[in-house]
Design a protein around this ligand. Structure first.
Ligand SMILES: NC(=O)c1ccc[n+]([C@@H]2O[C@H](COP(=O)([O-])OP(=O)(O)OC[C@H]3O[C@@H](n4cnc5c(N)ncnc54)[C@H](O)[C@@H]3O)[C@@H](O)[C@H]2O)c1
Length: 317
């Protein structure tokens, strides 16, 4: 028997599509809404019910009315931090107004619980406590982080005032197969694709800046844990470990067995350190990351290598 129907917004994207795979495996019925602005339909099983709809559009209500989902996983977002700095209105339109449209539809159509994908990396600023726990003050430095925090607060408001249950997960730097290498955040994807194409790789500054890299398979497992718990709560999803950009570069290079040197350009002026404490989700729900960074990077590189060899075959046809 099906465990219920889940509408996944942004399900054709990197993390969303892995979530779709896991939810189907777990026995849920899944439908996806995505405008394909950065996602790709080929990330999804062919038989899946798919709506090419923008979460800001009135058409979203028709999808809710037709599909009557029991639950919603909300991944759809403008995810580019630099773009949010250049165009805060567009960022807020998608990430705040679009999310409010999703929330309103959840209430209107009797959805039992919403899962919201937030950020840890863009929420705590240059934190003094590393790894950073959930109760550390949120001082986002970009419109992207500001919008994510606003939506977290709206999600809690919809729970308090309208009875919509929720789970909020704040991700560290997620990496893995299907990540879009055209974005700015996916350094593993960017390094892998550039090395495979023989293109030069620039690292801003010395490359000593650190991030908390968490594998996508672990992230979707964490979301499932939070979704299946009875608590309405907010959790970091990270590893508690820092890895430098140089270390990532070396792991990708080792996985490809290539002789490649990066060019260090400019002075790095961004956030120097980012690392999330995942103690709360471990203590409360028993989740901890399973994938070692070397294994996750190797799996990601392998996926990019297969994809690029497929492309070469296509070009020869
Ligand atoms: N990747 C990370 O490291 C990371 C870290 C923190 C939070 N997040 C959050 O996780 C979620 C998924 O991110 P991702 O890395 O998979 O990015 P992604 O770009 O692969 O996924 C976003 C998906 O949303 C879709 N989308 C964008 N705007 C839309 C709109 N207006 N209407 C409908 N669909 C729309 C895109 O086509 C895409 O499929 C986002 O909410 C993002 O903010 C990601």
């Amino acid at each position: 028997m099906s465990k219920g129907k889940i509408l996944v917004t942004g399900g054709a994207g990197f993390i969303g599509s892995h979530q779709v795979d896991l939810l189907i495996k777990e026995g849920y019925k899944v439908v996806v809404v995505d405008d394909l602005s950065t996602g790709q339909q080929e990330n999804l099983p062919e038989s899946l019910v798919f709506y090419k709809v923008d979460i800001r559009d009135a058409e979203l209500a028709e999808v809710f009315a037709k599909e009557k989902p029991d639950y919603v996983f909300h991944f759809a977002a403008q995810i580019n931090v630099n773009r949010s700095v250049d165009d805060p209105i567009f960022d807020a339109d998608v990430n705040i107004i679009g999310s409010l449209n999703v929330l309103d539809n959840c209430v209107e159509h009797g959805v039992k619980k919403i899962m919201f994908s937030s950020t840890g990396g863009a929420l705590y600023g240059e934190a003094e406590t590393i790894p950073t726990p959930e109760d550390y003050p949120c001082t986002p430095l970009s419109p992207y982080g500001i919008a994510k925090l606003a939506v977290e607060n709206y999600v809690r408001f919809y729970f308090e005032q309208k009875g919509l249950s929720y789970g909020i997960t704040r991700y560290a730097n997620v990496y893995g197969p299907r990540q879009n290498s055209k974005g700015e955040a996916g350094v593993v994807a960017i390094f892998a694709e550039k090395m495979l194409a023989g293109e030069p790789i620039m690292i801003h500054g010395e490359g000593h800046q650190t991030r908390d890299f968490v594998y996508v398979g672990d992230v979707v497992a964490a979301n499932l844990c939070v979704f299946q718990s009875d608590k309405n709560d907010t959790y970091n999803v990270g590893t508690g470990r820092q890895t430098t950009v140089n270390e990532i570069f070396n792991m990708v290079r080792r996985s490809l067995d290539l002789d490649f040197e990066p060019k260090h350009v400019d002075v790095f002026s961004g956030q120097k350190v980012s690392c999330l404490s995942a103690e709360k989700i471990k203590q409360n729900l028993g989740w901890s990351p399973k994938t070692k960074i070397e294994e996750g990077v190797a799996a990601t590189v392998e996926w990019f290598a297969t994809k690029s060899s497929d492309l070469r075959v296509d070009l020869r046809r």
